[in-house]
Design a protein around this ligand. Structure first.
Ligand SMILES: [Zn+2]
Length: 300
């Protein structure tokens, strides 16, 4: 039997974590150019087996969607890697994770989803937008409006974005274009308000139109942070951007400002790729030589 779905309540908003996969995936140097083996080895106990597998020298990375129930609507944030898609990364290529079964376990059928939104248009955040049926890629959530952030969609449609896709494999073609062709897409601004409790926050750098989703309800606050940070190592080393960042300098600036704003303020964070239980709080660590942060996962 698979693990139960992890659920959180933020005021009147329910957040379910719908996991597609979780395990050792990326070598530290493969994602963080500023890392080195000595620094990783020096981290000690906090970098536990839940976060890093020393045997394979790989960081544990989770792929998941955030299923929100808010104001009578069902909203899906990020749609993972997807099944059956031809991808450059072997772990993603022609995958069969059966994430729809996991969605069903959360009590939701695809046709019940009202809104689909991606924090950004990278391969691991748009996969289940579509699925293969009758010889083509078709929208998975037929009754949903799919929201695309204008700055993000425009980037991946322009020459720079198109040429990046030529190098990495054109996942926009199979997972974004069919949504527009089906008439289910809606382009929104970076500060779009979804309802009285949910709004987008522009957090550029990882990609130009990357957004976080702020949840504010009945005096409680949480933020789905997308790929603002990928691993708790970026709390210990907040200056580390990833190789996958469109603009590493802007990514660093956005992350540092975000961390300074939210550390110690009681904002519950949901970073896209942090392993179970994902949610946690940022604390500033008083280190005069090297100010940094600690990520405190919520207790099981
Ligand atoms: Zn990602």
């Amino acid at each position: 039997m698979s693990n139960p779905i992890r659920k959180f309540q933020i005021g009147a908003v329910q957040v379910d974590l719908v996991v597609e996969s979780s395990g050792p995936l990326l070598h530290p140097a493969e994602i963080f150019p500023d890392s080195d083996p000595h620094t990783i080895a020096r981290q000690g106990d906090w970098l536990s087996s839940r976060l890093y597998d020393p045997a394979s020298d790989r960081l544990v990375i989770c792929m998941q969607s955030f299923l929100l129930r808010s104001a009578g609507k069902i909203i899906l944030v990020d749609t993972c890697v997807g099944d059956c898609k031809q991808r450059v990364r072997p772990e993603f290529d022609e995958a069969r994770w059966n994430w729809l079964d996991r969605l069903a376990q959360a009590g939701v059928a695809p046709e019940q989803v009202d809104i689909v939104l991606s924090t950004h248009l990278h391969v691991d955040h748009i996969g289940w937008n579509t699925h293969w049926a009758d010889g083509r890629w078709v929208p998975t959530f037929l009754n949903a409006r799919y929201l695309f952030v204008d700055k993000e969609y425009e980037y991946w449609s322009n020459e720079a974005g198109r040429s990046a896709l030529q190098r990495t494999g054109d996942y926009v073609e199979d997972s974004v274009r069919p949504i527009f062709e089906a008439g289910l897409a809606e382009v929104v601004g970076v500060g779009h308000q979804i309802d009285g409790s949910l709004r987008l926050l522009h957090a550029p750098g990882h990609t130009p139109g990357h957004v976080c989703i702020e949840i504010s309800s009945e005096g409680q606050n949480a933020i789905i942070t997308g790929d603002l940070m990928h691993h708790p190592l970026q709390c210990r080393f907040p200056g580390w951007s990833t190789r996958f960042c469109f603009d590493a300098g802007q990514s660093r600036k956005t992350r540092l400002a975000f961390m300074a704003e939210h550390a110690g303020r009681g904002t519950l964070l949901f970073p896209a790729h942090f392993p179970d239980p994902t949610a946690g709080y940022l604390r500033a660590v008083d280190d005069k030589d090297e100010p940094h942060y600690r990520y405190e996962f919520v207790q099981d």
